[in-house]
Structure formats: structure tokens, C-alpha cells
Design a protein around this ligand. Sequence first.
Ligand code: NAI
Ligand code: MG
Length: 338
Amino acid sequence: MMYRIAWIPGDGIGPEISDAAIKFLEALQKRFSLNLDISSYQAGDSCKARFGVALPKETIEGVKNSDAAVKGPVGESAADVIVRLRQMLDLYANVRPAKSYANLPYLKDIDLVIVRENTEDLYVGKEFEVNGGAVALRVITEKASKRIAKVAAEIALSRRKKVTIVHKANVMRKTCGLFAKSVRGELAKYPELSVNEVYVDAASMMLIRNPEVFDVIVTTNLFGDILSDEAAQVAGGLGMAASANIGTSKALFEPVHGSAPDIAGKGIANPYSMILSCKMMFEWLSNKQNDKDLSKVASFIEQVCVKALSNGVKTPDLAGGFTTDQVAEKLCSLVFMK
Ligand code: NAI
Ligand code: MG
């Protein structure tokens, strides 16, 4: 079956890790006779500088008309690109696994998934200047809280069957209160799950002290954004962290991290985040299209990454000595060796 993939390289290290991921996908296409029709679209700071707009109509249409989209990180225009795409396409679930593979410089051996509500909270972008001050609207609804709870429940059922609701309802009684109550109510429909609640400040401490207590964390947009960078570092580094933005019919896959301007252009960016985002894309496509072969491709990608890491195929952020291109080359050669 042919799949149309909308591909956004992004800014900074985005094009570098994009090139590496595309090379890897080409190798996979040969090995598994996949039929991916990949079309590249512009978005981000460099797009804005060239065309005056960070998210052009063609890019929006390209994503809408694709079977799945993959996006590299963008820079300062992130709110105009990714936050807009999430809201526009109602990509309400942001799924962010954090897993410490062998031979990574991880702080703790962890394996958890953060399920972040992706359309509401302080990220609705309703900020106003008022009398020398500034205010922001924090929007939380029962509907969005329940549907994110359902995603968390389903993921937990395929794992260790534990969900931790992370919020701050002791202080934000109305907004976090509604989130906690709605999620609690939805999760009660799954008697097989064990459910607990932790305030976000304590959760951020526990992610470092005893992260093994977590299986699936379900939380609001801003808390999920912050906790997922933290969890990524505990697992070995942001350069490993992949994510999925999932809606009812559309999905967009991207690294958790940003455009890393401090290392852009040096050829040392870690491409695993982008490659593991492609793995998440194959998993999602496999379920959606009932294409079992794609699920095998997804598992194969993880095996290749694990093998490469154990062989020391790592960029400097992981205490390795490989360039981005060298990692891509090694991963491609492993595709044909297995
Ligand atoms: P960042 O995630 O770009 O970088 C944080 C640190 O992690 C830097 O030291 C960077 O070098 C390192 N890092 C990140 N990814 C890496 C990789 N693949 N390999 C090696 N090292 C890596 O966060 P920062 O500096 O706060 O943001 C930079 C820009 O990215 C900002 O303009 C921000 O708006 C944007 N951004 C975009 C996002 C998106 O497109 N979804 C998400 C987060 C930030
Ligand atoms: Mg973030």
C-alpha cells in the first residue's frame, strides 16, 4: 500500500536530522519494499524569513492531504507552526515515551510514557496586556480531559497498567480541579488499571529520584511539555526523544526537542529523535490502516537503533564521537545486515 507522508524539515538542526532520517527511510523502503511517497513542505523561522509566513497554506494542505506527517523542530515560530497545527487538526494527544536504552548516558533506567493534553491549557495563546500587567487564559474542558484520559488508559493497558494523573489541583482548584476530576472519572471505567495522583512539583522530583514508579503519566499541556524534556534527559538525552501528536484521523510525528541553535550547522545533531519519531509513525499507521507489516517495520527500527547504540554509534550529546551523517550511514548499513 502507498502512504503519502508530508515532511517538514524545520529550522536549525531540523534539516540535518531530516536528511539522516530520510536516508534511513530510503534504506527501509528497499529492505521492506515499502511504498512511501514523501513530499517536503516548508514551515518555521527560515520559511517566515523567505516567504513572510511561518506556516504557509501549501504546508497546511500538504499535511491535511497526507496519511501521516513528520516534522523536524522549528525555531522561535514554534507557536505559529506546531501549536497551530495541533489546534487546527485537533491533534489532541501528545504521546512522549521516555526509555533508557543500553549504552546511553541515562541517569536512571526508565521506561514510561507521558500523555500530554495537546490543545488546551495556557497554550491556547490567549494572552492580554492589561494596565501594565499581562494575563493568560488557562482553558481546561471536561471533554478534552476525558479524551486524553482515554488515550492514557489504552496505552497503559498495553503496558504495566498504571496511570499517574499529574496536576496541581491544590492551587489551581478550578482548572486542575476539573482536569483531575474528569480524568479520574474516565479512568474509573478501567478497573484493570491502577491509578494514582501526584502534584506536578512532586512529580518532577520523582522523575529524578524514583522514575520507576511511573508507567503512564497523564497531564495538562504545559506540565507535559516540561516533564517530557525532564524525562528525556533522565532517559539519556533530548536527542533520543520522539513524540506523536495524534488526533481522530490525523497524526504528526516530531522530536520532542527544539531547533538546537547552539549546535546547528556543526553536523553533530543526534538524529535518533527523528528516526524514533518515524518508528511511532509506522506504529500509528499500522493500527490505523490495519497494515501488520508496518508494525514489523516499527519494531525493526527500534531493534536497529538499539543495536547501533550498543555498538557505540552515538553523537557527542550521548558522549559519542559520530557525526549526524555517520550515524545515518551506520543505521542504513544495519538495515541490510539484519
Ligand atoms: P532545544 O530543545 O532546541 O535545545 C536544548 C538543548 O538540547 C540544547 O543544548 C541542544 O543542543 C540540545 N539538543 C536538542 N536536540 C538535540 C539533538 N537532536 N542532538 C543533540 N543535542 C540536542 O531547546 P531550546 O534551545 O530551548 O529551543 C531552541 C528553539 O527551538 C527555540 O526557538 C524554540 O522555540 C524551538 N522549539 C521548537 C519546538 C518544536 O518545533 N516542536 C519544541 C521546542 C523548542
Ligand atoms: Mg517542549
